[in-house]
Design a protein around this ligand. Structure first.
Ligand SMILES: Cc1cc2nc3c(=O)[nH]c(=O)nc-3n(C[C@H](O)[C@H](O)[C@H](O)COP(=O)(O)OP(=O)(O)OC[C@H]3O[C@@H](n4cnc5c(N)ncnc54)[C@H](O)[C@@H]3O)c2cc1C
Length: 379
């Protein structure tokens, strides 16, 4: 197994880095550095810049308008975005509903939706979770549902003994009469998630994906895609870098906090684990070279370890910021003081709290451990 990048892959990384450096709007860059929330316009603008370059849909095959990249190129692309730091293309659109439609959708659905998904002309949200399974009428935790034009939704269309059977996938226009979106404000003070109520909503049959009652197979396909490349090592590296640069500006008695042995030990411990995870990531990518589209069950290790390390890195940053994190200010108007390298640390606490959820969404870490027990350890 060769765990080094080829010359072409190194060249590809340089190409991505140069493009992101030259093309990411500075307003978006400042918000990303500060860890503050992005507005809808920020996400849409960046995705359209990527789409113009042909890079908004990294995992899509050429036949459907994607770049036709290998798994390694996809990894390098995302890693460069995370380290820049720049936003990822909207996952609900490009990792979830897009691949579902080009795999299971009708020709009409592909023609109608795929180009708009890539260009973020339609913003999609995921209507899977319910407050009690089978409540049929209420969905919950819809990330960015308040921005959404469409929701891909699981609904029960037949009762059956097996809970997975009798589920269908519907595409629901959020403007349909009977759809109500209600905000959930989380502990970080942000509005990211929502409840969605569906009261007697009527959906035309051409907005069903796949056959009636066959929604579970499509869902398994979608969740597998959601998980690949989820380690987000570049994001953790960025958080550690922020902790270090903030520590260099703060004094601890005679010296700066950056020279404090306890801080250095904690930062080094995270960096060593990130390096080890990077090697695991390379192993998983190597196994995907043969069959780029089939998720390796070991990608669950990346999800578990990747989210644990991101949480630890955000905790280190919070520790360094100390009382500076207290103002708890998240949103910045254009023209506000950017936070890079300064002692201001206002979005730090929000980031710390926000990342508590990373081990829950995208398949909770406990469920990933079940997948590992079965698929890797053969238990
Ligand atoms: C910030 C955030 C954003 C989200 N965004 C979306 C979204 O956009 N769309 C959407 O549809 N959903 C979304 N979700 C929902 C998310 O997918 C679920 O919360 C997650 O899958 C866990 O499901 P649950 O909440 O029903 O917990 P449960 O399934 O009730 O689990 C509760 C606990 O038990 C554990 N557990 C459950 N089953 C097992 C098992 N078999 N073995 C071992 N442990 C188990 C779980 O890991 C968890 O710790 C979001 C959630 C959060 C927090």
């Amino acid at each position: 197994m060769d765990l080094r990048f080829t010359e072409e892959e190194v060249g590809f990384r340089a190409e991505v880095r140069a493009f992101v450096r030259a093309s990411l709007p500075s307003r978006v860059r400042q918000k990303m550095i500060a860890g503050s929330s992005l507005g809808k316009d920020d996400v849409v603008q960046w995705q359209r810049i990527l789409n113009k370059r042909g890079w908004a849909t990294p995992a899509w095959p050429k036949a459907h308008g994607g770049p036709g990249w290998t798994a390694v190129q996809r990894y390098i692309f995302l890693d460069e975005l995370h380290q820049a730091p720049a936003p990822e293309p909207l996952s609900f659109n490009v990792n979830m509903i897009g691949p579902v439609l080009y795999t299971f959708g009708t020709e009409e659905q592909k023609r109608r939706f795929l180009p708009r998904i890539a260009n973020l002309d339609d913003w999609w949200c995921q209507g899977f979770s319910e407050p009690g399974a089978g409540s049929d009428g209420q969905k919950t935790w819809q990330g960015m549902g308040h921005h959404a034009d469409w929701m891909f939704t699981l609904v029960r269309t037949a009762s059956s003994e097996k809970p997975q059977a009798g589920i269908s996938m519907l595409l629901i226009d959020m403007k349909t009469p009977g759809v109500t979106v209600r905000p959930i404000i989380t502990i970080d003070g942000r509005h990211e998630v929502n409840e969605v109520f569906l009261d007697d909503v009527r959906v035309p049959v051409e907005q069903r994906v796949g056959a009636e009652n066959a929604g579970w197979d499509i869902t398994k396909f979608l969740l597998g895609n959601e998980r690949t490349g989820i380690a987000r090592i570049g994001m953790s590296k960025h958080l550690v870098r922020r902790a270090k640069s903030l520590a260099a500006t703060l004094t601890d008695g005679e010296t700066t906090l950056a020279d404090n042995p306890r801080f250095r030990e904690q930062a080094a411990a995270i960096e060593i684990e990130l390096r080890a995870l990077e090697i695991t990531q390379m192993r998983v990518l190597d196994s995907m070279k043969e069959s780029s589209d089939k998720p390796d069950p070991r990608s669950s290790i990346l999800k578990v370890k990747g989210t644990e390390l991101r949480q630890r890195a955000s905790e280190l940053l919070l520790d360094v910021a100390g009382p500076l994190a207290a103002p708890f200010r998240d949103d910045f108007d254009d023209g506000d003081e950017p936070l890079a390298g300064s002692t201001a640390a206002s979005a730090v606490a929000a980031t710390y709290f926000n990342l508590r959820a990373a081990s829950i969404y995208g398949g909770s870490n406990e469920i990933q451990k079940n997948i590992l027990a079965k698929g890797v350890l053969g238990l």
